[in-house]
Write a protein that binds this ligand. Structure first.
Ligand code: DGP
Length: 120
Protein backbone atom coordinates (compact mmCIF):
# COMPACT_ATOMS: atom_id res chain seq x y z
CA UNK A 1 0.00 0.00 0.00
CA UNK A 2 1.33 3.47 -0.83
CA UNK A 3 2.14 5.91 1.97
CA UNK A 4 -0.52 8.37 3.07
CA UNK A 5 0.10 12.09 3.22
CA UNK A 6 0.61 11.81 6.96
CA UNK A 7 3.21 9.03 6.66
CA UNK A 8 5.05 11.37 4.29
CA UNK A 9 4.92 14.08 6.99
CA UNK A 10 6.25 11.59 9.57
CA UNK A 11 9.10 10.71 7.18
CA UNK A 12 9.77 14.40 6.43
CA UNK A 13 9.05 13.81 2.74
CA UNK A 14 6.60 16.72 2.77
CA UNK A 15 6.83 19.74 5.08
CA UNK A 16 4.61 20.44 8.07
CA UNK A 17 4.65 22.79 11.04
CA UNK A 18 5.51 20.13 13.63
CA UNK A 19 4.92 21.11 17.26
CA UNK A 20 5.57 17.78 19.04
CA UNK A 21 7.08 14.37 18.39
CA UNK A 22 7.81 11.23 20.38
CA UNK A 23 8.38 7.56 19.57
CA UNK A 24 4.68 6.89 19.03
CA UNK A 25 3.18 10.10 17.74
CA UNK A 26 3.57 13.38 15.90
CA UNK A 27 1.60 16.65 16.24
CA UNK A 28 1.53 19.40 13.62
CA UNK A 29 -0.64 22.34 12.55
CA UNK A 30 -3.55 21.62 10.25
CA UNK A 31 -3.05 23.17 6.80
CA UNK A 32 -6.74 24.28 6.72
CA UNK A 33 -7.31 25.51 10.30
CA UNK A 34 -10.91 25.50 11.55
CA UNK A 35 -10.08 27.35 14.79
CA UNK A 36 -7.31 29.76 15.92
CA UNK A 37 -5.40 26.69 17.13
CA UNK A 38 -5.88 23.56 15.04
CA UNK A 39 -3.42 20.73 15.56
CA UNK A 40 -3.46 17.18 14.27
CA UNK A 41 -2.07 14.47 16.54
CA UNK A 42 -1.30 11.26 14.69
CA UNK A 43 0.12 7.86 15.59
CA UNK A 44 3.27 6.93 13.69
CA UNK A 45 1.60 3.56 13.12
CA UNK A 46 -0.48 3.98 9.93
CA UNK A 47 -3.95 2.95 11.18
CA UNK A 48 -6.50 3.80 8.45
CA UNK A 49 -9.67 4.60 10.47
CA UNK A 50 -10.98 4.07 13.99
CA UNK A 51 -12.65 0.94 12.58
CA UNK A 52 -9.18 -0.52 11.98
CA UNK A 53 -8.14 -0.05 15.61
CA UNK A 54 -7.08 -3.35 17.19
CA UNK A 55 -7.13 -4.27 20.86
CA UNK A 56 -3.35 -3.82 20.88
CA UNK A 57 -3.87 -0.17 19.83
CA UNK A 58 -5.88 0.83 22.92
CA UNK A 59 -2.90 2.27 24.74
CA UNK A 60 -1.72 4.07 21.58
CA UNK A 61 -5.08 5.84 21.21
CA UNK A 62 -4.94 6.82 24.88
CA UNK A 63 -1.48 8.21 24.20
CA UNK A 64 -2.88 10.53 21.51
CA UNK A 65 -5.32 11.95 24.08
CA UNK A 66 -2.48 12.32 26.57
CA UNK A 67 -0.44 14.30 24.01
CA UNK A 68 -3.50 16.53 23.41
CA UNK A 69 -3.77 17.18 27.14
CA UNK A 70 -0.05 17.94 27.42
CA UNK A 71 -0.10 20.34 24.45
CA UNK A 72 -3.20 22.10 25.82
CA UNK A 73 -1.32 22.74 29.05
CA UNK A 74 1.94 23.79 27.41
CA UNK A 75 0.24 26.03 24.84
CA UNK A 76 -1.88 27.71 27.49
CA UNK A 77 -5.48 26.90 26.52
CA UNK A 78 -6.23 24.03 28.95
CA UNK A 79 -8.23 26.19 31.33
CA UNK A 80 -10.19 28.09 28.65
CA UNK A 81 -11.01 24.77 27.01
CA UNK A 82 -10.63 22.97 23.74
CA UNK A 83 -12.06 20.14 21.66
CA UNK A 84 -10.60 16.85 20.47
CA UNK A 85 -12.26 15.12 17.53
CA UNK A 86 -11.50 12.03 15.48
CA UNK A 87 -13.52 11.71 12.28
CA UNK A 88 -14.30 8.27 10.85
CA UNK A 89 -15.15 7.54 7.20
CA UNK A 90 -17.51 9.51 4.98
CA UNK A 91 -20.27 10.42 7.44
CA UNK A 92 -17.70 11.39 10.04
CA UNK A 93 -16.01 13.72 7.56
CA UNK A 94 -12.70 11.86 7.31
CA UNK A 95 -10.59 12.95 4.35
CA UNK A 96 -7.13 11.60 5.21
CA UNK A 97 -7.07 7.86 5.83
CA UNK A 98 -4.44 7.76 8.58
CA UNK A 99 -6.16 8.26 11.94
CA UNK A 100 -5.66 11.65 13.55
CA UNK A 101 -6.96 13.53 16.53
CA UNK A 102 -7.97 17.13 15.80
CA UNK A 103 -7.13 19.47 18.69
CA UNK A 104 -9.11 22.72 18.31
CA UNK A 105 -8.84 25.74 20.58
CA UNK A 106 -8.42 29.48 20.86
CA UNK A 107 -12.07 30.67 20.80
CA UNK A 108 -15.47 29.30 21.89
CA UNK A 109 -16.25 26.56 19.37
CA UNK A 110 -19.58 25.93 17.66
CA UNK A 111 -21.81 22.95 18.42
CA UNK A 112 -23.58 20.83 17.20
CA UNK A 113 -21.91 19.46 14.06
CA UNK A 114 -25.27 18.34 12.59
CA UNK A 115 -27.64 21.18 11.73
CA UNK A 116 -30.68 19.50 10.15
CA UNK A 117 -33.62 19.18 12.51
CA UNK A 118 -33.69 15.79 14.22
CA UNK A 119 -36.93 13.92 14.98
CA UNK A 120 -37.10 13.17 18.68
P1 DGP B 1 -10.17 14.81 8.35
O1 DGP B 1 -11.11 15.53 7.45
O2 DGP B 1 -10.75 14.52 9.74
O3 DGP B 1 -9.62 13.55 7.68
O4 DGP B 1 -8.97 15.79 8.58
C1 DGP B 1 -7.89 15.88 7.72
C2 DGP B 1 -7.22 17.19 8.00
O5 DGP B 1 -5.92 17.15 7.44
C3 DGP B 1 -7.92 18.40 7.40
O6 DGP B 1 -8.36 19.26 8.45
C4 DGP B 1 -6.87 19.09 6.56
C5 DGP B 1 -5.58 18.44 7.01
N1 DGP B 1 -4.57 18.27 5.96
C6 DGP B 1 -4.78 17.71 4.73
N2 DGP B 1 -3.63 17.70 4.04
C7 DGP B 1 -2.68 18.25 4.86
C8 DGP B 1 -1.28 18.51 4.70
O7 DGP B 1 -0.66 18.23 3.68
N3 DGP B 1 -0.66 19.10 5.75
C9 DGP B 1 -1.32 19.42 6.91
N4 DGP B 1 -0.59 20.00 7.87
N5 DGP B 1 -2.63 19.19 7.09
C10 DGP B 1 -3.30 18.61 6.07
Amino acid sequence: MSDTLFTKIINREIPADIVYEDDLSLAFRDIQPQAPVHLLIIPKKPIVTINDMQEEDKVLFGHLFYVARQLAGEMGFAEDGYRVVMNCNEHGGQSVYHVHLHLLAGKPLGWPPYTEKLKV
